[in-house]
Design a protein around this ligand. Structure first.
Ligand SMILES: [Cu+2]
Length: 177
């Protein structure tokens, strides 16, 4: 025999799949041609005034472009779409943008450590591991869609911890110092 018995290969496949799926169950939502994959937020310190919401991705399965143009959530006074940009000084800053483009037949990722996230401003309560809260996403074409955000510490927590907005309010965001 030059190859492992089939049972052993199946076991390897199973281990591979369970390693991907086991740590967090996923959830997803549909809005027209859009598939909104796994909205999640990272736990916040007790006194935090801001938080960040991520998504595994938004897939546009349709033939027409759409855009994410806004969001709102009862846990926050406002929700902004933020884009992280590394400046010429190599310092990463985030700034509010008007929309995220969702080209046809493509997927945009909004994971922690990535280019985009949704910023919860004037957070009314800390986000604790295991919490879930509703968030309404507003799309140009697909309209509004409420999704459930799961609060969970990502496995690669170091990347998430790099996402800091400072202890002060919205005015400090994007502040050079
Ligand atoms: Cu932000």
């Amino acid at each position: 025999m030059t190859h492992p018995p089939i049972s052993r290969r199946l076991a390897c496949l199973w281990l591979g799949l369970s390693a991907l799926a086991a740590p967090v169950a996923a959830h997803d939502f549909r809005a027209g041609a859009l598939r909104i994959d796994h909205p999640y937020a990272v736990p916040t310190p007790p006194a935090a005034r801001t938080g960040a919401v991520y998504l595994r991705g938004i897939r546009n399965t349709g033939d027409q472009a759409d855009r994410l143009v806004g969001a709102s959530a009862p846990v926050a006074g406002a929700v902004e779409i933020h884009r992280s940009v590394v400046g010429s000084d190599q310092v990463m800053r985030m700034r509010a943008v008007e929309a995220i483009e969702l080209p046809p037949k493509s997927e945009v990722r909004l994971r922690h450590g990535g280019e985009f996230h949704l910023m919860l401003i004037e957070l009314k309560q800390p986000l604790r591991e295991g919490d879930r809260f509703p968030l309404t996403l507003r799309f140009d074409k697909a309209g509004e869609r409420e999704v459930m955000v799961w609060v969970q510490q990502p496995r690669d927590a170091a990347a998430a911890q790099e996402h800091r907005h400072g202890p002060a309010g919205p005015k400090s965001q994007g502040d050079p110092r």
